[in-house]
Design a protein around this ligand. Structure first.
Ligand code: HEM
Length: 339
């Protein structure tokens, strides 16, 4: 089993998320970049001592078929999206996810620039989100986010593929979603009411007692057990982001998981409801504007990539991006590498 990429390391003060789609004919350039990633990270990281720069790199399902021949990770598929009576979790395009982490933003930005240079003409970025640590690891709703993440060995079993898929053991899956918060509505809610939405106290971050915690609170909806009575565990790496100028205040949800089904079960409950709740009440104040699923290969994957799927220009390369302009249709969030 290969060592996982450092997905279990603690959150850093700075993070930068890049989602890219691969252009027709771009597969070879992308493969070259993937093979060079470890060296690129070292080149940038060594120049910023103490920054602890990492670049967690993940690959989408369609991209996998275009890039590689041979077996495919068992759980890798396109994000299905979810829709309940009131709220929607859209599925949006994404072939590659670069989750850059460091103590300082300059290190993330420098590596992101290098990735952009290398992908120029072969892929386009459909989203860039700059995440930052916000007081005591709080989200922009003001609540501490990440407390109940599993720790130690439990984190490994929650997020890393084991012997059930031996070929890809040491890998992981990740679902990312960008949520925008309705801040005026949220601020208008008294703190005691906000605590009922989340299921924890705001200042001290204590979980509410069972008899007080509503079934539609975020914590209640996401406390899920399997048939054997074990709680479904994932490793969340959420980061706040925002732009005062654009009036955007959000949470970039990042869920690393040993199987996508765990996160999908949570999302189904959040959006479509549970036996006891029509939906997760956090959604009344948070709108999902993106959603994509990727496979996060083990670290040594990049040193020996699988064989290419087809020759450049072969049938697999005829796949055309669903949106010709590279836009997710979410206004200021779009960025195209093309002039
Ligand atoms: C608007 C986006 C989101 C925000 C602001 C948010 C925030 C929070 C906060 C404040 C907590 C309580 C502290 C903690 O244990 O971390 C929490 C818990 C949790 N969240 Fe979220 N979250 C978001 C989206 C999601 C999504 C999309 C999922 C899953 C698909 C999820 C899964 C969980 C889980 C599993 C817990 C721990 C429940 C427990 O065992 O107590 N969250 N989240």
């Amino acid at each position: 089993m290969g060592a996982p990429q450092p997905i279990l390391e603690p959150l850093t003060p700075a993070a930068l998320f890049l989602v890219a789609t691969i252009d027709a004919g771009g597969a070879d350039t992308v493969r070259d970049l993937l093979a060079d990633l470890p060296g690129l990270r070292r080149s940038v990281g060594f120049r910023v001592p103490g920054a602890g720069l990492t670049c967690l790199t993940s690959i989408g399902s369609t991209a996998w078929d275009r890039l590689f021949a041979g077996p495919k990770p068992a759980g890798l598929h396109e994000f299905p999206g979810f829709a309940g009576p009131l709220h929607r979790a859209p599925a949006t395009p994404g072939d590659l996810l670069f989750h850059l982490k460091a103590e300082t933003h300059d290190a993330c930005f420098e590596l992101a620039t290098a990735l952009g240079d290398r992908l120029d003409g072969a892929a386009r970025f459909v989203d860039q989100t700059v995440g930052f640590r916000y007081f005591e690891q709080r989200d922009l709703l003001g609540f501490v986010d990440g407390t109940e993440n599993p720790e130690g060995a439990a984190a490994g079993s929650a997020a890393v593929i084991g012997p059930e898929d031996p070929e890809f053991a040491g890998g992981s899956y990740v679902i990312v979603q960008k949520y925008l918060h309705a801040m005026p509505d949220w601020r208008a809610l008294p703190v005691a009411e906000q605590e009922l939405v989340i299921g924890r106290t705001k200042l001290e971050d204590f979980e509410l007692a069972e008899e007080i915690k509503p079934p539609n609170s975020h914590v209640a909806v996401n406390t899920v057990y399997d048939a054997a009575g074990a709680q479904l565990q994932i490793v969340r790496a959420n980061m706040p982001f925002g732009s005062v100028a654009d009036g955007e205040f959000g949470t970039y949800f990042v869920g690393y998981t040993s199987t996508p089904e765990k996160v999908e079960t949570m999302l189904r409950r959040m959006f479509e409801g549970t036996d006891a709740a029509s939906h997760d009440r956090i959604l009344d104040f948070s709108t999902a504007v993106t959603g994509t699923l990727f496979f996060t290969p083990p670290e040594d994957f990049f040193d020996r990539l699988p064989e290419p799927a087809t020759a450049e220009g072969g049938p697999q390369e005829q796949i055309i991006d669903p949106r010709a302009d590279g836009s997710l249709g979410i206004g200021t969030l779009k960025r195209s590498m093309q002039p």
